[in-house]
Design a protein around this ligand. Structure first.
Ligand code: NOJ
Length: 476
């Protein structure tokens, strides 16, 4: 090994377990107006002064539109089984609907083909926050028409790429629509809770519509949705803390899970939003569309949030405002790797979800921003190792976690914080855009290689090695 902890739990991962890394189109591609691409709401937002840290626009991302070969080289060096990326809607359909951009199609054709030729499974997210600006101008996510727009786009993606892509996600973290329309901290920068809730509801409808388009396309493969699950822990048993924690979860992920897997928004959510005057209009057939059966749940998990009503300035949103909890990392986040184990338990206990799960994101940003990220990043290694151990623990109890994607392949454009937060296994030189491996890249490469050699030797396949044969009882 290249140094860093051995992941004890990784030895018990099933042979079929997949290791990957993740990125998203806006955060890495750049080429914001290249070759016929239309602008997205994030182009507009980050090009508007006052919206992002240091007014850094994401126009260049990591320049992956021009440098995908460099990205591929990194993926090959890591030896990942799978790469999670997203499509830029406005690169394919510059005005969101109607006319296609052939250069956009050609770009993703090349990316997908190159991945497959390297034996890397593409995991493609249709929407990672970058709505075409032209559709925002027609009403954006708060308009119910978005369901048809998204359906058209999804249909196109399945038709063009579905012969090769076998793993799809509809939306990444639809909570971003709340941040963009309800809070105003994300694109398009609208701070109206009523509009934000509408955007959230329409996101679920659009998701359901895309799932239906996928089934209708007759393409093989699997489709799911990616949610970020930050469970809230009340700081004490006192009623205000407990209430703040529940509210935080309702706002953060239960709204979506209730719709997708819980039969509809809970009475608690409906009552509160109604009282606030922000309950979106739910029509008769909406729930049926939203709960269109999915093949897996994608979980983005980074930590938990310990909520104290006293220090809770934002209804359970802010992360452990006064550092309630413990074991903090250099970047201020609580190191709580059990979060991944807790998340799958929560899905089972609260939503009866016993189906496949992918950990679609997990990773760590460095501590206080430096222009160039440190190459010796032991904390990142400890962090990932901790999450992999808890992932293995959940699998050994019978949970069907099929893979893990580290966020992120390289330092990239972290939304409203610009390039300041760096999550990469590879450093991105801010001047030259050169990619340089950090210690964590070498360590992750070795973890993957170790898993592969066990897989090749047949370990992890034999019944006597399977978790349930060793006496662990399935929770399912
Ligand atoms: C959530 C998002 O999906 C991704 O875009 C973001 O960069 C990471 N997590 C880190 O914040």
């Amino acid at each position: 090994m290249s140094g860093g902890p051995d992941v004890a739990g990784a030895h018990s991962l099933p042979a079929s377990f997949e290791f990957g890394v993740a990125t998203s189109a806006y955060q890495v591609e750049g080429g914001w107006d290249a070759d016929g691409k239309g602008p997205s709401i994030w182009d507009t937002f980050t090009q508007t002064p006052g919206r992002t840290a240091g007014d850094a626009a994401g126009d260049r991302g990591c320049d992956s539109y021009a440098r995908f070969d460099d990205d591929l080289a990194m993926l090959r060096e890591l030896g990942v089984d799978t790469y999670r990326l997203s499509l830029s809607w406005s690169r394919l359909l510059p005005t969101g609907t109607g006319a296609l951009n052939p250069a956009g199609i050609a770009y993703y054709d090349r990316v997908i083909d190159a991945l497959l030729e390297s034996g890397i499974t593409p995991n493609v997210t249709l929407y990672h926050w970058d709505l075409p600006q032209a559709l925002e101008d027609r009403g954006g996510w708060p308009s119910r028409e978005v369901v048809d727009w998204f359906g058209e786009y999804a249909c196109l993606a399945f038709a063009r790429f579905g012969d090769r892509v076998q793993r799809w996600a509809t939306l990444n973290e639809p909570i971003a629509q709340w941040m963009g329309y309800g809070v105003g901290r994300f694109a398009p920068g609208i701070a109206d809770p009523r509009v934000g809730r509408l955007a959230m509801h329409h996101s679920l409808l659009a998701h359901g519509r895309a799932v239906q388009e996928f089934r209708a396309s007759g393409r093989s493969g699997e489709i799911g949705i990616v949610l970020d699950i930050w469970q809230r822990e009340p700081a004490t048993d006192a009623a205000p803390d407990v209430a703040a924690a529940l509210e935080g979860e309702d706002n953060g992920f239960r709204f979506f899970l209730d719709g997708l897997l819980g039969g509809g928004y809970s009475d608690r959510i409906v009552e509160r939003l109604t009282a606030e005057g922000t309950m979106p209009e739910v029509r008769e057939a909406d729930q049926e569309l939203i709960e269109s059966p999915i093949d897996y749940v994608g979980v983005n998990v980074y930590s938990r949030v310990v909520v104290s009503a006293e220090s809770d300035l934002a209804g359970g949103w802010a992360q452990s405002v006064e550092h309630v909890g413990g074991n903090f990392l250099d970047n201020g986040l609580e190191f709580y790797p059990k979060a991944v184990y807790d998340a799958v338990h929560m899905l089972l206990v609260d939503y009866r979800w016993a189906g496949p799960v992918f950990i679609t994101e997990n990773g760590l940003a460095d501590g206080p921003a430096a222009a160039n990220a440190p190459l010796v990043d032991d904390e990142r290694i400890e962090y990932i190792a901790g999450f992999l151990d808890w992932t293995a623990a959940a699998i050994s109890e019978g949970f069907d976690i099929r893979g893990y994607y580290c966020w992120s392949l390289m330092d990239n454009y972290e939304w409203a914080t610009g390039y300041r937060q760096k999550f990469g296994l590879f450093r991105l030189d801010p001047e030259t855009f050169a990619r340089v491996p950090k210690k964590s890249a070498h360590w992750y490469r070795d973890v993957i290689a170790d898993h592969r050699s066990r897989r090749d030797s047949g370990a992890g396949d034999s019944p006597e090695c399977s978790p349930n044969a060793t006496g662990a009882s399935s929770p399912l």
